[in-house]
Design a protein around this ligand. Structure first.
Ligand SMILES: [Zn+2]
Ligand SMILES: [Zn+2]
Length: 459
């Protein structure tokens, strides 16, 4: 059985690389992920890695198809009755059809099954097509700036800020593709285009590329994930009230990205700009220095333009669109990992797998914006197979849905503007505060007295 697993899982497409070691030190020693440290993993800097599957520990080779029972180490949250407990733990009891669906149960399919369902041409990268999107976005950015500067009136400026902030976000998404290597098969082209795109919006290309790779390779893992992962109850309760307010009161979390770049999330340390940061391994130092230098050059250019054009003009042309872009980034990435109406599981230890973690990500519909921001809302398939170019994600998702079944959560249809998602965001801010300190399958829980007002001391 193991042999057939190896054959199917190590098919034509390389498996996503699993880190030789988690880049955080929070996980316990007994965490099975630590066993992955000793596995033979290519140390080259290519984005796709072949992974010697036969070396996986036995739990990795188990036949998920046979395992339909609830996880052994389920962190059961106590409730008054079964119904309440099911609601808290996110277990959907579709009693009319007599069906139970537990989103935390291992799926009855493998990564290779999803891969096999996606048409071959969806995996093909076309650098000319990728470059045409860059050209489209760059023309739009300069066109918008020239138009706003020409009219220079207060009806045009707010419109410009929204459109330009959205275009900065679109540039970010194309740079994100460069970082994944889905832009082209040429690493030099990916790096040059990625640096130009990301530096222009003050993102350190390699620094974020590497931490984003950590996010993909640990998605859905409470401690090892890198983006919008939950805080454990202990860490949550150790935060001071100001930090809690900033994290869970809008609009503050939507302005988090630049601060995250500088100093990551609570419970983790390291900066995306510093070559010796905890985020990186020693042989990535050079890349980090290069990207921080490019970032500094862009910052210097902005300072120069401030003197040349005046700070108010620069605030209107670049400063406000930059913050709109930050809001787009935080809004979209938050909603990819939180805010579904049914609670979704987070994993630890032996319950975590690349597939199970990836299946807890969410697709979202952004209406007219889908095309503008390069279909970033098709996040599930992107998370599992980041090497698929963005222009094939919609088709790949459609093909994969029959395999995913209930593990795929159809996004709510959007009107031209995705205003419905603001409700999901507000609800999640009110309810998704922390997860239990223990348990290998856990769900978000709510802190009743979030800001500690009138409550007993929570530490
Ligand atoms: Zn993500
Ligand atoms: Zn990605």
């Amino acid at each position: 059985m193991a042999a057939s697993w190896v054959l199917s899982e190590s098919g034509i497409r390389p498996l996503p690389r699993i880190y030789p070691q988690p880049r955080t030190s929070v996980a316990s020693k007994s965490d099975n992920l630590y066993k992955l440290r000793s596995l033979p993993v290519s140390r080259s800097h290519n984005l796709c890695y072949n992974f010697k599957v036969s070396s996986w520990p036995s739990y990795k080779r188990r036949n998920w198809a046979l395992n339909v029972a609830a996880p052994v180490n389920m962190d059961v949250v106590s409730g008054e009755n079964d119904k309440e407990r099911e609601e808290i733990n996110g277990v959907v009891n579709n009693s009319e059809e007599g069906e139970f669906f537990d989103p935390g149960a291992p799926p009855p399919f493998k990564l290779a099954d999803i891969r096999a369902a996606i048409p071959k041409h969806c995996w093909v990268k076309n650098p000319w097509r990728s470059m045409s999107y860059v050209l489209r976005d760059v023309v739009a950015v300069f066109g918008l700036a020239a138009t706003a500067a020409y009219f220079n009136n207060w009806v045009v400026w707010p419109l410009y800020w929204f459109c330009q902030g959205t275009m900065f976000w679109a540039l970010f998404v194309l740079g994100h593709d460069c970082g994944h290597g889905s832009f082209s098969n040429n690493p030099k082209l990916n790096s040059v285009v990625g640096h130009l795109l990301h530096s222009s919006i003050l993102v350190p290309y390699h620094g974020w590329r590497i931490s984003h790779r950590t996010h993909h390779q640990n998605h859905g893992h409470v401690e090892n994930d890198e983006s919008w992962h939950p805080l454990s109850k202990k860490i949550f309760r150790s935060l001071d009230n100001v930090t809690k307010t900033l994290r869970f009161t809008l609009p503050f979390p939507m302005l988090a990205y630049p601060f995250y770049l500088w100093s990551r999330s609570p419970g983790k340390k390291g900066s995306h700009f510093h070559p010796d940061s905890d985020l990186f391994v020693p042989n990535e130092r050079k890349d980090i220095i290069t990207s921080t230098a490019c970032w500094t050059a862009m910052a210097a250019l902005l300072v120069y333009l401030n003197f040349a054009m005046g700070p108010l003009q620069m605030l209107k042309l670049y400063g406000i669109p930059y913050w709109i872009f930050v809001m787009w980034l935080d809004f979209v990435t938050y909603l990819h990992h939180r805010g579904h109406e049914d609670k979704l599981p987070w994993y630890r230890g032996k319950e975590w797998s690349y597939l199970r973690g990836g299946l807890t990500t969410l697709d979202r519909d952004y209406g007219w914006i889908n095309n503008m921001h390069h279909d970033i809302g098709t996040h599930v398939i992107h998370h599992l197979f980041p090497q698929i170019p963005h222009y094939h994600l919609v088709e790949a998702t459609k093909a994969a849905k029959p395999v995913l079944g209930k593990y795929y959560r159809e996004p709510k249809k959007s009107r031209p503007l995705p205003l419905h998602l603001i409700g999901s965001l507000i609800k999640s801010m009110k309810e998704d505060h922390y997860v239990s300190d223990s348990g290998d399958v856990v769900y978000y829980q709510k802190e009743p007295n979030l800001h500690g007002i009138g409550s007993e001391k929570t530490e």
